[in-house]
Write a protein that binds this ligand. Structure first.
Ligand code: EPU
Length: 341
């Protein structure tokens, strides 16, 4: 095993989409399972706390990490089966998510088009059950493979075992840090039907005068909306939505809707109502405002941005101030969406 697999004091500035400054005391890139096995046999392995890093696009680094950061870069994309009603495709956890979506579309396998241009890696996608424009990854998920970092065994998680929820899965909760996801498989439907229910997407397709869109046309429309509304992490540091959209019961919603006509609502299958956190934040006057070097994006109040030179503490200070405003104005607690380290 090459000894330099394990690096010391590695800067993380370029490895998180917020561009936050921090160092990892220990760091290893994982390109193959053999490298991971070799790492697990090192004497340092048992004693160091670990953190698994994908694209770093849903992460707030609040300072240096003294433990071992495992940077997953496992590559590979393939069709592994063709069934009567679906194509099953599989990708290495380190593959770029958007490139993977484009690859499926180029092969004529629809199903992931609503999730175009989401930053991050394939391996990170199921962790927070990425979703956009009416579709969540859970709806196309077949299974994932992971290495149990406690036993070294390769394990497979199917849909039920992954316990998907809104921006949530078992990998964000009980299983956090225990499993290193190495590959994810997706079921892409042959009898595909476009998902165009999301208001912004329906509007964009109408503007483009597309009545029966192809998957590629949906991807193009989604990309255009995202480019308009969301900052490009390559230019302005951010992690997409910084808060989850809060869920409230019908009585709470009725009370709020009386006071705030026009409050956006999304009725959930279980009868609860999802509110738009961006609307609440904008209503509190935060849209486009800064607190030190951290700010609220001017085109989408749910996105916090690095105006230049911000660190994780600056970002969390802004987040806490926003949470306090929303709590005072609406009596609603906003929950952070990214992982805070
Ligand atoms: N709104 C405002 N002001 C704002 C932002 C939004 O009034 O500054 C209102 C909009 O007018 C609309 C509603 O809030 O009525 C919803 O806005 P939008 O369609 O932009 O979506 P969102 O709820 O803010 C969610 C996801 C995004 C995803 C979009 C599209 C979460 C936490 N965020 O945002 O996901 O791209 O829907 O599906 O669920 C991410 O998770 O990082 C992410 C970007």
């Amino acid at each position: 095993m090459p000894v330099d697999l394990l690096q010391r004091n590695v800067p993380l500035h370029g490895l998180n989409s917020f561009g936050l400054p921090a160092h990892a005391g220990w760091f290893a890139s994982i390109d193959t399972l053999a490298q991971l096995t070799a790492l697990m046999n090192l004497p340092e392995w048992a004693s160091l706390p670990r953190f698994i890093l994908g694209g770093g696009s849903n992460l707030v680094l609040t300072g240096d990490f003294a433990g071992l950061m495992l940077h997953v870069r496992i590559a590979g994309r393939e069709q592994i089966a063709e069934e009567m009603d679906a194509w099953i495709v599989r990708a290495g956890a380190g593959e770029n998510w958007h490139d993977f979506v484009c690859w499926t579309l180029a092969h004529g396998w629809p199903g992931l088009e609503n999730l175009a241009l989401i930053p991050g890696t394939v391996g990170a996608a199921p962790v927070q059950n990425i979703g956009a424009y009416g579709l969540e990854i859970a709806e196309r998920f077949e299974y994932l493979e992971a290495v149990d970092l406690e036993t070294g065994k390769i394990v497979r998680f199917d849909h039920a075992a992954s316990q998907f929820g809104y921006r949530d899965s078992v990998f964000k909760r009980e299983a956090a840090g225990r499993y290193l996801i190495t590959a994810v498989a997706f079921r892409l439907p042959k009898r595909w039907r476009p998902v165009t229910c999301y208001a912004d997407l329906a509007q964009e397709l109408e503007t483009r005068q597309i009545a029966s869109p192809t998957a590629r046309q949906i991807a193009d429309a989604v990309m255009a909306i995202r480019l308009r509304k969301l900052p490009d992490p390559a230019r302005i540091g951010n992690v997409g939505s910084f808060f989850k959209n809060p869920l409230v019961d019908a009585a709470t919603f009725a009370h709020l809707a009386d006071r705030y006509p026009g409050l956006p609502r999304y009725l959930q299958p279980n009868g609860t109502i999802k509110l738009a956190a961006g609307w609440l934040i904008e209503r509190c006057g935060w849209k486009g405002r800064n607190l030190g070097p951290a700010g609220v994006y001017e085109h989408q109040a749910l996105v916090l941005v690095n105006r230049g030179g911000a660190n994780g503490v600056d970002v969390l200070r802004l987040a806490r101030a926003i949470q306090a405003s929303v709590q005072t104005e609406f009596g609603i607690e906003l929950e952070l969406e990214p992982v805070v380290l």
